[in-house]
Design a binder for this molecule. Structure first.
Ligand code: ADP
Ligand code: MG
Length: 367
């Protein structure tokens, strides 16, 4: 409420009244006082809707209050509802009165009605957008890639290739076998690099010591490979293949996903990613076909969105690329129903387009 509104309320209410939201007119409030307060509130640009509450008085008839409320609202476009803790006879009477706003028994139901109204208004404000962008993608190559492996999780090289075919940026990578090939790959990619163990049964690689980041020299690389091999041996996981990646810097870790619901079909997911995704569960879902507006709503709808906008001098993320990736994944889900599960976690969202890339991906195919 504006300062002027509060002043106008103070001018006629007793000093003990509260002129902050929610306004408390205290027990001495008169029916005319209700009308006056209502008019002042409805004139304030910052007020969208008003709930008038009258606790059952010991003496006097709440119908007098309702009559005054009814006089204050003609021509009014803002929703007004009333809550009257009164008798059944009273409620039966006001129900028949077209000049009165809806009158509820309890504030909970009134609040729910206003909340639904607000939700409905926000749906009505959405643009009538039916345009679904179509990305030019080599779907035949994607289908071949999917067909070339059986049901289950794709090996990482195929999973990254699939993202690349779909125009989703990925950190430079190579899949190689043995320590010498890791060294060669690191030279080609350029230090600093990241090395990860690869094995079918390896799901959370970092939990088992299967991820080493920011390796700056052949010596650090060799030590990291030895560490990974020791960790894998300790966990009884046979693995002589490695994923070598460029070391990506800065940005925010987000997650993109596809899950398949037996009734809805593919569901798209977006949220804050990285290691804490399970802790915060800050994700939003969407269905295909996805419009650009819906993609942007999914991204803006997570609780952590201010992080992506940039807080306290920290750089934000390039939101346009996030929307684009979501739309590309939606197209992938629609055109390739054999993809039953996809998890890009993390996707690093940097401030510039070239700082945005997938760092880890899992894709499960089935029928
Ligand atoms: P997993 O999810 O199987 O444990 P990830 O490949 O997601 O393994 O790696 C775990 C974490 O390591 C990521 O959340 C990210 O913080 C970091 N990380 C992984 N790959 C890179 C990379 N190429 N550059 C920078 N950091 C990385
Ligand atoms: Mg991961």
């Amino acid at each position: 409420m504006s300062a002027a509104t509060r002043q106008a309320l103070e001018d006629f209410l007793p000093a003990e009244a509260s002129v902050h939201n929610p306004i408390d007119m205290i027990a001495s409030a008169t029916p005319e006082g209700y009308a006056q307060a209502l008019k002042i509130l409805l004139a304030d640009e910052g007020v969208d809707m008003v709930m008038v509450i009258n606790v059952k008085p010991l003496v006097g008839n709440p119908i007098a209050v309702m009559n005054e409320v009814g006089k204050a609202i003609p021509g009014q476009k803002k929703p007004v509802v009333a809550v009257m803790m009164a008798t059944e006879e009273f409620h039966n009477e006001v129900k028949e009165r077209p000049d009165l706003p809806p009158v509820y028994h309890f504030p909970e139901s009134a609040a729910r009605a206003l909340a639904q109204l607000s939700h409905y208004a926000s749906l009505r404000r959405r643009p009538l957008e039916r345009e679904i962008p179509v990305f030019k993608v080599d779907d035949a190559a994607v289908a071949t890639l999917i067909a070339s492996s059986g049901n289950g999780y794709l090996p990482p090289d195929k999973a990254f290739q699939l993202l690349e075919l779909y125009g989703i940026p990925v950190a430079r990578w190579q899949v190689v076998r043995g320590a010498e090939a890791v060294r060669q790959a690191a030279e080609e990619i350029g230090y600093p690099v990241v090395v990860k163990a690869i094995a079918e049964e390896l799901v959370h690689k970092s939990d088992l010591g299967g991820v080493k980041v920011d390796l700056r020299s052949p010596e650090e690389l060799e030590a990291a490979v030895n560490d990974i091999q020791a960790s894998m041996a300790g966990a009884d996981i046979a693995s002589d293949h490695f994923l070598v990646q460029e070391m990506a810097k800065g940005g925010h870790e987000v997650i993109f996903g596809i899950t398949t619901d037996p009734r809805f079909g593919p569901l798209l997911m977006f949220g804050l990613g990285g290691r804490y995704v399970e802790v915060f569960r800050d994700v939003r879902f969407g269905v295909t076909p996805l419009t650009p507006f819906e993609a942007s709503e999914m991204i803006r709808g997570i609780r952590g969105y201010p992080l992506l906008e940039g807080v306290r001098g920290e750089a934000g993320a390039d939101l346009s690329i996030l929307e684009e990736v979501l739309l590309r994944i939606a197209q992938m889900a629609q055109r390739h129903p054999r993809i039953q599960e996809l998890d890009i976690n993390p996707f690093l969202a940097g401030a510039e387009r070239e700082d945005c890339k997938a760092l880890d991906v899992r894709i499960r195919v089935g029928f």
